[in-house]
Design a protein around this ligand. Sequence first.
Ligand code: M6R
Length: 625
Amino acid sequence: MCGIVGYLGFSQAAPVLLSSLRCLEYRGYDSAGVAVIENGQLAVLKATGKLSNLEVLLAEQKPQSTIGIGHTRWATHGVPNNNNAHPHLDCTGTLAIVHNGIIENYQTLRSELTGRGHLFKSDTDTEVVAHLIEDQLKQTGDMLTSIRHAVSRLEGAYALGVVSQRFPETIYAVNHRYSLTVGLGDNESYLASDSVAVRQYTNRILRLEQSEIAEIGQGVVKLYSFDGIAVDRQPVVVDTSTGAFVIDKAGYKHFLLKEMHEQPTVMRQTLGKYLKHPNAPVDFSVGNASSIGSESCAVNLTAEDLSGVHRILVVACGTAYHAGLVGKYIIESLCGIPTEVEVASEMRGRDLLVNQHTLTIAVSQSGETADTLSAITEAASKGSLTLGITNRPDSHLCHITSNLIVTECGIEVSVAATKTFTAQCACFYLLALYIAERIGSVSPERLSQLKGELLAIPILQEQVLSRENEIKQKSLRHAGARDVVFVGRGVNYPIALEGALKLKELSYIHASGYAAGELKHGPIAVLDRDVPVISILVPGALYEKTLSNAQEARARNAQMIAVAVDGDDNAQKTFDTVLSIPPVDEFFSPLLTVIPLQLLSYFIADHLGRDVDQPRNLAKSVTVE
Ligand code: M6R
């Protein structure tokens, strides 16, 4: 939610700010703005809507400045308009603030400041910070002291960037329970909420830890705690050579389409990193191959640790939650350890029943999702073992979990998660094999067989993707649906949920996912000619029952669509449309069945003219609770 950037050096600030904001647009695209110091005066340019609108404004105005901060917004307080767009100013118009997060006590502060004569121009929580600093600056004349005083009044989690025309050679940054990275070049400095934006310019980076203030000069930075004590931490040199930061559609119409097509490669990379061949053990003690971050990942759970684990709890949101549901099925099948999956935001405000016999797993592509971070932090405070699964080894999640598995996806630009979902599922298969290996819940022969089948999945995914044109043509038959019901059983129940989420967020057509057996308990009431049912039907223990559930829907006149394997005659007879996949074992089938559903959502959304890479109202990294 919201992205902060900054630049200070000898080049023109506006193009650098714009390019950095482009890397962060996934965090929100309700509005964007910059504040620069031009001829000693603070100048602010803002535009509602996408970054391209700000780009036009900057091209027209051409601000001449070598220092500035910028922001891309996902609205929380106040509708998306120019007034509420960041940066926000103090009453003097000489100090500008950009903000990510939520100031929870802003209403109290706003009343207090209004009472002291401050004039507010926006509906945001952010603006109070500018006025708080202004008050102190009047008294002390010192920016660091003023910022320290301001943050002592703030409640909530936030990251800030601050510039003032009174201090035209410094950018100030604050991090409190968020992420901010400073990049240092030769007489140039960069600031960004996501290190990806900084790494396009420099490989010397410094992450702000929690509750720190940075005083950023040209190519130098000083860090302070909120108490004003200097912090001695040196920048680290990161590897930017692999091209993991290249943000390029590679000829595809959308990032989403490209990312769906990357799934077999990503799967090979993620599996190959931790599992060399069917007879090798799963080994998570390897470094981070993607070099997105500096930390290496490792899982150091011994047989003794694992024999003390009585329960596994997975916490996650959205698509990552669905990967957790696949994980539950896999872990319970292979390891026999009871596994629960909770929507992370539902873990707040209740007493978590976790202890040292629980392993809590947080799944988050971004590693910055506030709900997920809060849930795992609370679990850790109760003595639970912790494990993170993320695509971002430089994220906050990695700092707060004792064990870490990194998905090797590269950057996922499209707001809708696709390649990271299948990679997260792959990590659950690997983790279950790892645990089973250690606790001896599966025979060595069966383990080798399962590993062999898992390693063969990328080839099958390629076969599904090669049917893209057929899937497109069949999907578009249903582009006029009013509502869509997705059903699946067992390990494919989470795929029904994920299919419905993908369709909703990409096409804005309402969709719901259900366990197939639940259809008759209520949802069947919504079915008619304009409400198709999509069933995931894979041969295995649950095949017959899923087929019966489909028959029940068919009897209500619904258009019937199936994801089914090649050669399934029942599917051909029962369903109006069959999106076929190659034969696959039910146990591994989610890694394939989700792909036609991703493609269906994409093609329908594109056909309806939706903004598939940046759907309305969404942001990729949801950093507010
Ligand atoms: O970064 P995370 O995996 O923690 O994000 C969780 C959800 O916000 C995310 O999966 C969201 O549901 C996506 N838009 C799904 O496509």
